[in-house]
Ligand binder design. Structure first.
Ligand SMILES: *Cc1c(COP(=O)(O)O)cnc(C)c1O
Length: 369
């Protein structure tokens, strides 16, 4: 293997362990959400690790992501939920990918595709309970009656009924109970129409942590399987540990005299002679260019602050007035063994761990630990 100048090293065994501990905590089957290259952790190996840990289902945003899983040899049920009208539903049906339906228009596009290839579509009816993204709202009753007819004619399979929460990381937000009761109402409506909702699923990572009674027949966990908790809180309920370490070899170490400025914009002027390390990762790799507070990395177990602006491919680190660190030594930006996490970065950059993880650039190799 070519030498890794930088890498996102992933502990897939820990990912499996995270999946099992979610299953243990909730007591229901787990859909592991692996959209966006498994939040930056590598689609296929992450999906496999989640399945090894006991996940029964996989969830993706797009059909292309789901097809990649099938082509990677994965046979577990997969739900893809983001399907614009231009979507190739035939491809989804050929690969036995479950589809979410929020509108009559989507439903009829799926039915047309199924008539061509003679496959019975596997549908999850999505209810908008207040998130106001996907999900049927005004159209819900007509959609239900259309589904009812198709079910009677055995032209579809209603595999599940589901919805998505807007505020599950804020346990005190009344939105949560609101959405929960709207979901219950939707299920009752289906029942009153004599329709079996199939697998009922509502909870994301936030709900798994804060709302045990939202589990229904399955939970959908993304962030938790990668070892982070929404809202960067600590919890006893689900024991997970981050699985990714982001590291890079130091490209250069040099002494820089007092008064020198560092990087674009010459924004930082050294008050005294310092040693500076150059690291070969930048904003093109997902390191945020904007920070409100200090960003740290660790070298040899000691923390050092980044200094100066983040460039496209590189950043500089302040090693202090004396150092024994040499070019070629390894710097770790965040990782389970350093005490620095994607949450630290997120807090410094005014964002969330989800964004830090999922925006790591494509040129960073994902390497199994
Ligand atoms: C991304 C996503 C999830 C997973 O969310 P987490 O907060 O990462 O657990 C679940 N359901 C849907 C519809 C999603 O888009």
């Amino acid at each position: 293997m070519a030498e890794q100048i930088f890498a996102a090293t992933i502990d897939y065994q820990q990912l499996s362990a995270n999946a099992s501990s979610i299953i243990k905590a909730t007591g229901v089957p787990l859909m592991a959400v692996v959209k966006a290259d498994a939040y930056g952790h590598g689609l296929i190996p992450s999906a496999q690790a989640a399945l090894t840990g006991g996940a029964a289902w996989l969830g993706t945003a797009f059909i292309d992501e789901a097809v990649k899983l099938r082509e990677g040899g994965i046979t577990a049920p997969i739900l893809a939920w983001l399907t614009p009208p231009t979507t190739d539903f035939r491809r989804a049906l050929e690969f036995t990918i479950d589809l979410s339906v929020s509108s009559l228009e989507q439903l009829s596009a799926i039915i047309s595709a199924s008539e061509v290839i003679r496959v019975r579509p596997r549908i999850h009816l999505k209810v908008d309970t207040g998130m106001t993204r996907g999900g049927a709202l005004d159209e819900f009753p007509v959609l239900v009656s259309a589904l009812g007819e198709l079910l009677d004619e055995e032209r579809i399979e209603l595999v599940g009924t589901w919805s998505h929460l807007a505020c599950a990381d804020e346990p005190k937000n009344p939105m949560n109970l609101n959405q929960y009761s709207r979901f219950i109402s939707a299920l009752e409506y289906l029942e009153s129409e004599g329709i079996n909702p199939g697998i009922r699923h509502l909870a994301n990572s936030g709900a798994i942590v804060h709302f045990p009674n939202f589990a229904f027949d399955m939970v959908r966990a993304g962030l938790l399987i990668y070892g982070y908790i929404p809202g960067a809180i600590t919890t006893q309920r689900v024991r997970v540990k981050p699985v990714m370490e982001l590291s890079a070899d130091i490209a250069l170490v040099k002494r820089v005299p007092a008064g020198a400025t560092i990087g674009y914009g010459a924004t930082t002027r050294l008050p005294e002679d310092r040693y500076i390390a150059l690291l070969p990762l930048g904003y093109a790799d997902g390191i945020p260019r904007r920070f409100d507070s200090e960003l740290l990395c660790t070298i040899g177990g000691i923390r050092y602050p980044l200094i100066g602006r983040v460039s496209m491919d590189q950043v500089t680190v302040d090693l202090g007035a004396q150092t024994s660190i040499k070019a070629g030594d390894r710097a770790i930006f965040f990782g389970p063994d350093t005490g620095l996490t994607a949450d630290d970065w997120a807090m410094a950059a005014g964002t969330i761990s989800y964004e830090i993880l999922s925006r790591l650039g494509a040129r960073i190799p994902r390497v199994a630990r």
